[in-house]
Design a binder for this molecule. Structure first.
Ligand code: PLP
Length: 412
C-alpha cells in the first residue's frame, strides 16, 4: 500500500485494521488487512492499558458521544471536573490542580511554562537518554541528538546568547553529585529538575530510590521544583497510579511538585494532563496558557472509564506482576543473547545488544513479521514490551518463545 504520510515514520510492512476480541476485557490481539492476527505488545506505545476496545470503555465513550463532545475551556464540564478530582485523589501531588491537553508533548510544554513562570528562573535540568516529546520545548529536553539537533537554533540549548526562551542543562541520569554541582554553579537560575522516573524511549531504565529522593531534597533546598514526566510510566503501568509511588513510596514529605501524564490515561483516546500543586499552579493566570481540544468531555469520559475499569478489574496488581513473571520465565529458559531484562511492572525492556549496536530493530521486524508479535524498540538495543495490564504468563511465554526463535535462528 502506498504511504501517503510524511516520511517521518520508518515504514512498516503491516497495515493494522482492527482489534480481535479475546472474550475477556480489552483485546490483546490485532488483525491486519490480510487477516493475520498479532499479539500486541506495543498498544499504541503504551496507550491501551485495558487492551483494545474494552466493552465498558466503549460503552462509556458511546454514552458521552450522545451527550456532549466539545465545550470551550472557558466553561467547566462535568467529565473534566470529575476527572480533575479523580487525578487529585490518585496522584501524589498536594492540593492538586490540573491542566488538560491532548498529548504527552503538550503536557511537557505545560510543565515547562509552569516551572519557568512559577519560579521566574530560566533553566531546567534534564538527563541523558531522556525523552519528553517532539514539540520544540519538549524536544529541547529530549536527549536523543537525532531528534533534537535539527532544532537547536529554536530550542536554545546552545546557551542564553541564542534564541533562548529557556536553557536546558543535561546531566548524567543517576548522578546526584552532578545535579548538586549544577545547583552550586547556577544558584538562582535552575527552575526545576525534570525526570522520567522510569526512562522509556531511552531504553527502560528505572531511577533508583536514592537518586529520586536526593533530587527531591536538593530541589527543595535550592528553591527549585521537581517535575515527573510520567507520560509513559504513569497511570498504573508500574503497578501504582504514579511510578513515583512504586519507586519511592508514599511519604507525604517527599511528594513531587508536578507530574504529567498522557498515553495510558485515555485508554486509547488522546488526552494529556499536567498535575501541579495549587501553590505553583496559581502562577498560570488567565490567558497564560490554553488549548481548544484539551480536556474535552469525550476524552475526559474515556479517561474516567479507563481509571474506573483499572480499579474494578484489579489491573494495577496484574501490571505489577509482569516484570517478575518475565524474570522467572527467563531464569527457567535463558536466552544467551539477551543481555539484560529491565523493567517495572508492565514496562519492560529486553536488552539485546550493547547500547551502541542498534541491534534491536531487525529483531523487532522479525518478531512482527515471522512471529506475529508486535513490539517497539527503545534505546536502539532494547526490545520494549508495553502490554495491556491484564497480560500475564501466557502472553509473556509466547513473547519469550518468539524471542528465542529469532535469536537462535539467523534471518533467512
Ligand atoms: C516520557 C515521555 N514523555 C513525553 C512523550 C511525548 O508524548 P506524545 O508522543 O504523546 O507527544 C513520550 C512519548 O513517548 C514519553 O514517553
Amino acid at each position: 500500500m502506498q504511504d501517503l504520510r510524511w516520511p517521518t515514520y520508518a515504514s512498516r510492512e503491516i497495515t493494522l485494521e482492527a482489534a480481535t476480541p479475546d472474550g475477556e476485557g480489552g483485546a490483546m490481539h490485532l488483525v491486519d488487512t490480510e487477516g493475520k492476527v498479532y499479539l500486541d505488545a506495543v498498544t499504541g506505545v503504551g496507550c491501551a492499558p485495558l487492551g483494545h476496545a474494552h466493552p465498558l470503555w466503549v460503552e462509556a465513550i458511546h454514552h458521552q458521544l450522545q451527550r456532549l463532545t466539545t465545550a470551550a475551556n472557558t466553561f467547566f464540564t462535568g467529565p473534566q471536573q470529575r476527572l480533575a478530582a479523580r487525578l487529585a485523589a490518585l496522584f501524589p501531588i498536594d492540593d492538586a490542580r490540573t491542566f488538560f491537553c491532548n498529548s504527552g508533548a503538550e503536557a511537557t510544554e505545560a510543565a515547562i511554562k509552569l516551572v519557568l513562570k512559577a519560579t521566574g528562573r530560566d533553566t531546567i535540568i534534564a538527563f541523558d537518554r531522556a525523552f519528553h516529546g517532539r514539540t520544540l520545548g519538549a524536544v529541547a529536553l529530549t536527549a536523543n541528538a537525532h531528534y533534537r539537533e535539527p532544532y537547536l537554533r529554536c530550542t536554545g540549548e546552545a546557551g542564553p546568547e541564542r534564541f533562548a526562551e529557556f536553557r536546558v542543562l543535561r546531566l548524567p541520569f543517576g548522578d546526584l553529585d552532578a545535579v548538586r554541582a549544577a545547583f552550586a554553579a547556577h544558584p538562582e537560575r535552575i527552575a526545576a529538575v525534570f525526570i522520567e522516573p522510569v526512562q522509556g524511549e531511552g531504553g527502560i531504565y528505572p531511577a533508583t530510590r536514592d537518586f529520586l529522593v536526593g533530587l527531591r531534597e536538593l530541589t527543595r533546598e535550592r528553591g527549585a521544583l521537581l517535575g515527573l514526566d510520567e507520560v509513559q510510566a504513569g497511570c498504573g503501568r508500574t503497578g501504582d497510579w504514579s511510578s513515583w509511588t512504586t519507586l519511592v513510596g508514599d511519604a507525604p514529605e517527599l511528594r513531587p511538585d508536578l507530574i504529567w501524564l498522557a498515553k495510558a490515561l485515555g485508554g486509547g483516546m488522546p488526552i494529556g494532563a499536567c498535575i501541579a500543586t495549587a501553590e505553583i499552579a496559581k502562577s498560570m493566570g488567565s490567558g497564560t496558557h490554553g488549548t481548544t481540544f484539551g480536556g474535552n468531555p469525550l476524552a475526559c469520559a474515556a479517561a474516567l472509564a479507563t481509571l474506573r475499569i483499572m480499579e474494578e478489574e484489579g489491573l494495577l496488581a496484574r501490571a505489577r506482576q509482569q516484570t517478575p513473571l518475565l524474570h522467572r520465565i527467563a531464569a527457567e529458559e535463558p536466552i544467551a543473547r539477551v543481555k539484560e531484562i529491565r523493567g517495572v511492572g508492565a514496562m519492560i525492556g529486553v536488552q539485546i545488544g550493547e547500547p551502541a549496536e542498534q541491534a534491536a530493530a531487525p529483531l523487532a521486524r522479525r518478531l512482527m513479521v515471522e512471529h506475529r508479535t508486535l513490539v517497539t524498540i527503545c534505546g536502539g538495543h532494547t526490545v520494549r514490551l508495553l502490554l495491556p495490564y491484564r497480560a500475564g504468563e501466557p502472553e509473556l511465554r509466547a513473547i519469550w518463545s518468539a524471542l528465542r526463535a529469532v535469536l537462535s535462528v539467523p534471518a533467512a
